[in-house]
Design a protein around this ligand. Structure first.
Ligand code: ZN
Length: 275
C-alpha cells in the first residue's frame, strides 16, 4: 500500500532537493524529531516501541484508537489509557474514529491528552456504508465523482472534529493512487488546506504512504499550515521518518512550521465549539 515514487517523481524530488535553499536544514534541524503516529497494539509493546524509537533518536506520540464505537469510548477508558502511558516518556495521543467521537468524552478528559489525530480514510459511501479506503473494500467507480465526495469529506472531518492533526492527508485508494498528481488538482488541495488553516489543524507528513505530495506541502506551507511527522505503523517502522525528513529538507521547514502539543486551555476541544 505504500505509495512508491515514480521514476519521474524521484527525478523531480531530487532536482528540487539540489535546488532548494533549505536554509533551516543547512544549519541543522532546529526542532526535535517526533513521530506523532505510533500504534502500540498487537505484538508491539510500549517498551519495544520505545527501544526502536530510541535507536532512531525519535520521540513518539502514541495514538490509541478511540471513539463512540471503540474499546476506548468514554472518560473512564480514556483516563485508564492516559494512566497506563504515564510512566513512559511519550506523548499521549488518540486516533479518533467517527465524526462524532468528541460527544463520547468530556472536554476535560480529552484535554488531558497531548494530541488527537483523525483522518478521512473511513469514508461514507452514497448508501451510507463506511468504506475503509486502505482496503480492497474501496471500489472507485467514477474517479472525478469520488474525488469530489472525498474532498468534501476531508473538509468535513477537519471542520467537524476538534482535532490537533489531520492524518494520512491526500491518501488515495490503491486503484487510483497512480493518478495522484492528476486527481489532486490545485483546487482540491486548496479546499483541504483552507480548512486546515481555518480550524488551525496541523497536517501530518506521512512516512508510510509518502503523502502528501511536495506540491501539496508547498502550498500548505505558504498558507501557514503546521506540520507533524507520522509513521503510522505498529511495527518496525516506528520512528522511520525518511519521507518526512526529505520533505522538511526540501521545504526548509523549521520549528515555526512544526506542530507541538497545545496547552490544556488551548486544545482544539477547548477552543472550538462542540460539534
Ligand atoms: Zn493510524
Amino acid at each position: 500500500m505504500t505509495r512508491h515514487l515514480t521514476r519521474r517523481d524521484f527525478a523531480r524530488v531530487t532536482a528540487s532537493l539540489a535546488a532548494a535553499p533549505a536554509a533551516a536544514f543547512s544549519r541543522g534541524r532546529d526542532f526535535p524529531l517526533v513521530d506523532y503516529h505510533v500504534h502500540v497494539e498487537r505484538e508491539m509493546t510500549i517498551e519495544k516501541a520505545l527501544k526502536i524509537a530510541a535507536e532512531r533518536r525519535v520521540k513518539i506520540g502514541v495514538a490509541e484508537h478511540g471513539g463512540c464505537a471503540e474499546e476506548m469510548r468514554d472518560d473512564a477508558g480514556l483516563r485508564r489509557y492516559i494512566e497506563r502511558l504515564s510512566p513512559y516518556p511519550v506523548y499521549k495521543g488518540m486516533q479518533a474514529e467517527g465524526l462524532d467521537w468528541a460527544r463520547c468524552f468530556s472536554k476535560e478528559a480529552i484535554s488531558e491528552l497531548d494530541f488527537v489525530l483523525s483522518d478521512a480514510l473511513t469514508f461514507p459511501e452514497k448508501d451510507g456504508r463506511r468504506v475503509r479506503l486502505w482496503t480492497q473494500e474501496a471500489k472507485i467507480g467514477d474517479k472525478q465523482d469520488f474525488m469530489e465526495r472525498y474532498v468534501d469529506f476531508n473538509v468535513r472531518v477537519i471542520a467537524t472534529e476538534p482535532i490537533d492533526i489531520f492524518a494520512n492527508p491526500t491518501f488515495l485508494p490503491e486503484a487510483i493512487v497512480g493518478e495522484y498528481d492528476t486527481l489532486w488538482t490545485a483546487g482540491r488541495m486548496k479546499r483541504v488546506i483552507d480548512a486546515a488553516v481555518e480550524h488551525e489543524v496541523a497536517i501530518e507528513i506521512n512516512a508510510l504512504y509518502r503523502i502528501p505530495s511536495l506540491a501539496f506541502l508547498r502550498t500548505a506551507k505558504d498558507a501557514g499550515v503546521k506540520f507533524s511527522f507520522g509513521s503510522n505503523t505498529h511495527g518496525d517502522g516506528i520512528g522511520k521518518l525518511d519521507y518526512c525528513l526529505e520533505m522538511a529538507k526540501t521545504l526548509g521547514l523549521s520549528s515555526k512550521h512544526m506542530f507541538s502539543p497545545a496547552s490544556r486551555e488551548s486544545k482544539p476541544v477547548m477552543r472550538r465549539a462542540a460539534g
